[in-house]
Design a binder for this molecule. Sequence first.
Ligand SMILES: *Cc1c(COP(=O)(O)O)cnc(C)c1O
Length: 393
Amino acid sequence: MTYNINEKGYYGEFGGAYIPEMLYPNIEELRQNYLKITAEESFQEEFHQLLKDYVGRPSPLYLAKRLSEKYNTKIYLKREDLNHTGAHKVNNTIGQILLAQRLGKTRIIAETGAGQHGVATATVCALMGIECVVYMGEIDIARQAPNVARMKMLGAKVVPALSGSRTLKDATNEAMRDWINNPVDTHYIVGSVVGPHPYPDMVARFQAVVSEEIKKQLIEKEGTENPDYLIACVGGGSNAAGTYYHYLDNTDVNIIAVEAAGKGIDTGESAATSVLGKEGIIHGSKTLLMQTGDGQITEPYSISAGLDYPGVGPMHANLYKTGRAEFISITDDEAMTAGLELSQLEGIIPAIETSHALAVFEHKTFKPEDVIVLNLSGRGDKDLQNYIDYFKL
Ligand SMILES: *Cc1c(COP(=O)(O)O)cnc(C)c1O
């Protein structure tokens, strides 16, 4: 019994590759090559060198003393916020650009909602001198002007998606269309543990550096590699997948996944997929997703742009279904309060996505002797205006 992926590309009943015929050659090329290429010594060397010298890894594991005192337990923060570009997303884009180079690709495409994945992709394309096209919904382009400017400054072309609701899912459709038309020279960098196999597994493996480091750092600090709890927020699920990866099958370690409840589970303005979702297929993967009675995907809502995805990755759907992970939903208000609290207790302004994970301490009581590792997935600079408006700072 494993909570990791099987040879067919499934986590339990979730995952697989449900794709249009025309996308088959692209996905098949990846599937046949990703494990072989990423296992090569030269790949691993370059990947780890860049993570060290360019991203700034290993990210510290910081014992948050005042936060721990307040909740009478022992809380470590895995500082992904200190990475270059301010979050965990760059771990994945570095991995995928190295893979794309080895597959002989000369052009990169990506989709982005809030713009964070677009920036992480434009960053590694600049680093490697590779052409970069980012698809983004027209509405999102208007809402996320600073990230659009960053992508342009980094040399990427930002193409507006003008169809449908003009948000993330339409941008994803445009990127898919581009890829179908450019199968030979183009690689599509997906931004989370979502999409058809092998994307969820590939992205999880690139993010797994997070739990690899946690193990080493906990041995140094606690004399054991096992915490009692791991906590991470889940949008698509990539920072969570990286946090859990090397602990998935070690059931001595409890796993907590935090979703965005938005204005509340029952308000119709939510992104709590595990509670509200049903099995279905989204972006080529069988997973849990929020949908209407007749199977239309529901538009999700969260104050945090990085968490308002209508599905979750198949790994997380399986962790939910099997009960391996405890899922907790946190409202906008609870998250904002937790973000302000961390700022004032520890001098760290977290991304609003991460603030959802931090709100767990108001929801659940831990024992004084518990050792908890929470993935501080990103920094709050990008969210400052949101915090200002919310708290009238
Ligand atoms: C994008 C983002 C997330 C959500 O994405 P996952 O794939 O679920 O990790 C969480 N935190 C931050 C800081 C992000 O930028």
